[in-house]
Write a protein of this length. Structure first.
Length: 148
């Protein structure tokens, strides 16, 4: 078998393999995601789950000016604070997610606190932190303290 025939069979095998892969993976409803790291797994779980809101969290969302329909966007932009989170040894696991939000020309760090149970995922609370760890008292956030 000369080189041209081997190249023909090799090319035919490659093309056939690519066609099979395209048909098997191309008809998926969702994209394939490989969530190997813990932060990606937690974020994908939170975005795929139905999240319930407490009255306190809705009040704080409204006082800050955030939109509850953009919660998935806030989750994907956030960083998970595993040191503050209560995960191991707890029945109700709490995850602390932080993201930066610019409001009233002040860059604010907002912590979203989620509680995960076997039956539900709930957004329990929001906390505001300045870059140096101080609370942010601005005029548009006066109602924030009243939500507690």
């Amino acid at each position: 078998m000369n080189f041209i025939n081997r190249l023909y069979f090799f090319s035919f095998g490659i093309v056939l393999g690519v066609v099979i892969i395209m048909f098997s993976l191309g008809n998926r409803k969702e994209m394939l995601s490989f969530n190997y790291f813990p932060d990606k797994r937690v974020k994908s779980f939170l975005t795929q789950s139905e999240v319930f809101f407490t009255d306190k969290s809705i009040c704080k969302f409204n006082s800050i000016g955030l939109d509850t329909t953009l919660l998935n966007k806030y989750i994907m932009q956030s960083i998970i604070d595993f040191k503050s989170s209560q995960i191991r040894g707890f029945d109700n696991k709490k995850y602390y997610l932080s993201f930066h939000h610019k409001n009233d020309s002040i860059n604010t760090l907002i912590y979203l606190i989620f509680e995960k149970n076997e039956a539900f995922v709930k957004l329990v609370n929001l906390k505001l932190v300045k870059s140096k760890g101080q609370f942010v008292p601005t005029t548009s956030m006066l109602n924030f303290n009243q939500c507690d």
